[in-house]
Ligand binder design. Structure first.
Ligand SMILES: Nc1ncnc2c1ncn2[C@@H]1O[C@H](COP(=O)(O)OP(=O)(O)O)[C@@H](O)[C@H]1O
Ligand SMILES: [Mg+2]
Length: 120
């Protein structure tokens, strides 16, 4: 299992959600966040040069998926979030040790986006 964490432009969220839906990915968390892309913004002040980090509004998406869904999930995010301009964001893929579905007690692959029907 993986936890896919993406930071994207807020105005690309609907495109990403549609692409995820088409990829049959279900179950995700969306949070409004502030981010900085790493560029150093130098600002001249009366005391000399200082560094200012401008924070941009971004959206963070977290999706727990079973292995067969990892590639399709990443592709859906890349296609939905891409503009080609600086600030499109990042996708991180993290290994996950355990997942528990609280309602049923189901674990791991049974608790996240399931295998494709063809593999059941
Ligand atoms: N190394 C990083 N770790 C965590 N979040 C990051 C990292 N790099 C970028 N981000 C997030 O992604 C957003 C957009 O990334 P940015 O670096 O501006 O895009 P680009 O790669 O096009 O320059 C940032 O505002 C920040 O929220
Ligand atoms: Mg950057």
């Amino acid at each position: 299992m993986k936890l896919i964490v993406a930071v994207i432009r807020p105005d690309r969220l609907n495109e990403v959600l549609e692409a995820l839906y088409r990829a049959e990915v279900r179950g995700l968390t969306v949070t409004r966040v502030l981010g900085h892309g790493g560029e150093t913004d130098r600002v001249e002040t009366y005391r000399g040069t200082t560094v200012k980090m401008e924070l941009q509004e971004k959206v963070r998406i977290e999706i727990g998926v079973s292995e067969p869904f990892v590639d399709a999930t990443v592709r859906a995010i890349l296609s939905g979030a891409h503009t080609g301009e600086v600030g499109d964001g990042k996708v991180f893929v993290l290994d996950v040790g355990q997942v528990h579905r609280i309602r049923t007690g189901e674990r791991d692959e049974n608790a996240v986006t399931p295998r494709p029907l063809t593999e059941v």
